[in-house]
Design a protein around this ligand. Structure first.
Ligand code: NAP
Length: 260
């Protein structure tokens, strides 16, 4: 299937590692030009060189997205380097465990800045360019928005807001033909997930317990499976799909517990 993404400029926030890196790889494989926006300079440079060595074009902007200025700068720099924006993938985030019992109000606000506000900032500053390209937006959410997790109010509420914003932006941007969707992972083995797992006294036992609760094939979703859904959603092949929350999770959130 030709996704018709050749030469399209796709911003991927948090694109240097994990799910974001898989999205960057998938975009490059389709002939698109991914632009990695993230704060880990080393990981970003490594991925960019890897793709360039294989003949792809890939942008890199090293920035922490937790300030509005960084979003404006990232969009400006992308325009300067590539002259257009065809898709925005808002993906950067971290389950930072700012919970109701022990998290101060200012820690909660800082968590919203790390996980939510830059989704708005990136969409806001990209919008004039997406209007021009009739582009699309994909947000990466989290199951915690619908299941809760405990001790992570900042992250869970950011992800809940991202689901609401997906519907809101899909409605607001109808006149421009800009589609907006959210992909919702549950359990994906990434550097972030690994570091969370390693906080348990026996990480491998914890992992085994988690796997038994994933209905389809009792395994983690791969980053590539999330990326495949994302590239489909930014492509012309999903041209009548907007305002959707797509759970790519092996049935983790919705299927009957009795099945596991
Ligand atoms: P990851 O392995 O940590 O990769 C995320 C990348 O984004 C990292 O390079 C990280 O930089 C960067 N990043 C995070 N916040 C940033 C910020 N404010 N500014 C710039 N860069 C930032 O994480 P992942 O597991 O791939 O997660 C990607 C997305 O999927 C997140 O939104 C996460 O909430 C969501 N998600 C993941 C899972 C899962 O099971 N993995 C489940 C549900 C939802 P650093 O390395 O410097 O932190």
């Amino acid at each position: 299937m030709d996704l018709q993404l050749k030469g399209k400029v796709v911003i991927v926030t948090g694109g240097a590692k994990g799910i974001g890196a898989a999205i960057v790889h998938a975009c490059a494989a389709e002939g698109a030009i991914p632009v990695i926006i993230g704060r880990d300079a080393e990981a970003g440079k490594q991925l960019q060189s890897e793709l360039q060595n294989s003949g792809a074009t890939c942008g890199l902007i090293t920035v922490d997205l937790a300030t509005p200025e960084s979003c404006a700068q990232s969009v400006e720099q992308t325009l300067k380097n590539f002259g257009r924006i065809d898709a925005l993938v808002n993906n950067a985030g971290r389950n930072d465990k700012v919970g109701l019992e022990y998290g101060s109000v200012s820690e909660y606000v800082a968590s919203l800045n790390r996980n939510l506000v830059h989704y708005y900032g990136m969409a806001h500053y990209s919008l004039p360019h997406l209007k021009r390209s009739r582009g699309s937006i994909v947000n990466v959410g989290s199951k915690t928005a619908v299941t809760g997790q405990g001790s992570t109010s900042g992250y869970a509420s950011s992800k809940g807001a991202i689901m609401a914003l997906t519907r809101e932006w899909a409605a607001e941007l109808l006149p421009y033909g800009i589609r907006v969707n959210t992909v919702i992972p549950a359990e994906v083995m990434t550097p972030l997930y690994r570091s969370w797992l390693d906080t348990f006294p026996n990480p491998e036992d914890k992992l085994k317990t988690i796997l038994t609760k994933i209905p389809l094939e009792q395994r983690m979703t791969t980053s590539e499976e999330i990326a495949a859904m994302v590239v489909f959603l930014i492509s012309a092949k999903s041209s009548h799909t907007t305002g959707q929350h797509l759970f790519v999770d092996g049935g983790y959130v919705h299927l009957d517990r009795a099945l596991t």
